[in-house]
Design a protein around this ligand. Structure first.
Ligand code: ADP
Ligand code: RBF
Ligand code: MG
Length: 414
């Protein structure tokens, strides 16, 4: 499960993937038959986000005696290595050339690529498109050598991407359209029949400049960054929400009882006080967990609404549905994990140990115009969770001993 497709060293976003076929229908038209199909999609950001790149940048910037604070991240997204290096050098006033800086960062990244993880939803999507003979290309700002190295970590992926256009194969990097136009040419597809999936603002601009449709999956989903993606045709919060049928491609039919099975996620800790508004304002209590004990797992998971099983100290095992993210309606400043245990308790259990196995994804976090709409949606999530957790594979995890085994001390006391 370790691959990085788009992530070049600047931050994530340097790779894009293109899907194509021989003929095209207009977007938004339903997929009719395996023969009449469509689209070329170029998509970016199949792999995990900036953490590896940022960790390497931080080391090199620190070597020059400067304090890394992550500034300028937006600007670097989707840029080719030397251009991104120039931007860091300017931001931190470093006494070196982009070439030297780049060499230092690349040396660190070589060692780290193996640790890169695939973005949630990437394998599912690529395999689905491959199965339906939708040609896919990668159009990445990374140099060719780096893309190959990243692809090699994921078995079968070289064959999924018959066309790869790297940053060093074209004259102008993103936001110029060159990289996508070259991908379309190699795919034998008209640019207007291509769909780009991109995570970086520069890539979104490049896709539009190439005359393609663009789905943005922002790698920096902060509110401030939103305007940078405004030229995209659609903005999604993750690849899990990509709906091929919207683009005339065969739909994904892998939900079970309304939830998408996923690699289970095991998290736990003592129940802490949250914002004190779940039960008071919504009538829906959520048992907040301290995220410090599993912050890297949290960073790997996209925001959204999930289902799973909850083991509560020695009270029992229950179904649960939870929100992961910033709760747009309340506009929180941190990413929280808030499970609503689908059981009536007669009292609070702050401080008790809660262990969760998260097994399925329902939907992205949304904003709502009224509190009633939010409450109604959460109740609908609850109904989906109750029913889906009765079904395989979700039901199997109710037996998992993780739910009944006390956590190691360093986690439970965190
Ligand atoms: P907080 O801000 O402290 O999370 P909430 O109003 O969200 O307050 O209430 C959550 C608390 O309510 C939990 O920490 C737990 O002690 C208690 N609680 C009672 N029933 C449930 C339930 N079914 N699911 C989650 N928490 C519950
Ligand atoms: N908050 C949002 O702002 N948007 C959502 O889509 C959303 N969905 C939720 C779904 C579930 C199953 C639960 C338990 C909560 C959800 N919330 C959502 C979070 C809700 O706002 C949260 O419980 C409050 O912030 C109380 O802390
Ligand atoms: Mg709560």
């Amino acid at each position: 499960m370790q691959i990085i497709i788009n992530m070049m060293w600047s931050t994530s976003s340097s790779t894009s993937t293109a899907l194509s076929s021989t003929q095209v229908q207009s977007s938004h038209s339903p997929f009719n038959s395996a023969h009449s199909h469509v689209s070329l999609a170029l998509m970016n950001e199949l792999s995990c986000r900036e953490s590896l790149v940022d960790a390497s940048l931080k080391i090199v910037v620190t070597r020059y005696g400067k304090n890394w604070d992550g500034r300028g991240a937006q600007k670097r997204l989707g840029k080719r290595p030397l251009e991104a290096a120039a931007s860091v050098i300017e931001d931190y006033e470093l006494p070196c050339t982009p070439f030297d800086f780049n060499a230092e960062v690349l040396a660190l990244l070589q060692e780290r690529w193996v640790h890169a993880r695939v973005l949630p939803g990437a394998i599912r999507l690529v395999q689905h498109l491959h199965k339906h003979n939708v040609p896919i290309a990668i159009a990445s700002s990374s140099p060719q050598r780096n893309i190959q190295r990243k692809l090699a970590h994921q078995s079968g992926w070289t064959e999924y991407f018959p066309v790869i256009v790297a940053g060093d194969m074209v004259k102008n990097g993103k936001p110029a359209p060159d990289i996508f136009l070259e991908a379309a040419r190699l795919l034998n597809a008209e640019p207007s029949k291509c769909l780009v999936i991109e995570d970086a603002p520069a890539g979104v601009l490049a896709g539009k400049a190439a005359g393609m449709q663009v789905v943005a999956v922002p790698s920096m989903p902060s509110k401030d960054a939103r305007p940078l993606y405004s030229s995209a045709d659609v903005i999604l919060s993750s690849l899990l929400d990509f709906q091929p049928e919207v683009w005339g491609l065969p739909p994904l039919n892998d939900r079970i009882g309304g939830a998408l099975p996923m690699e289970p996620w095991y998290i736990g800790g003592p129940v802490i006080k949250g914002f004190g508004r779940g039960s008071k304002i919504l009538g829906i209590p959520t048992a907040n967990l301290p995220t410090s004990a599993f912050s890297s797992q949290l960073a790997d998971h996209v925001c959204g609404i999930y289902i799973g099983w909850a083991g509560l100290s020695n009270r029992g095992i229950y179904k649960m549905v939870m929100s992961v993210g910033w709760n747009p309606y309340f506009d929180n400043s941190e990413k929280t994990v808030e499970p609503w245990i689908l059981h009536d308790f007669s009292e609070d259990f702050h401080g008790e140990e809660l262990r969760l196995i998260v097994v399925g994804y329902i939907r992205p976090e949304a904003n709502f115009t009224t509190l009633e709409d939010l409450v109604e949606k959460i109740h609908e999530d609850g109904r989906i969770a109750k029913a889906a957790l009765e079904m395989k594979p979700f039901s199997d995890y109710a037996e998992d001993s993780y739910l009944t085994t006390p956590l190691p001390l360093n986690i439970s006391s965190n």
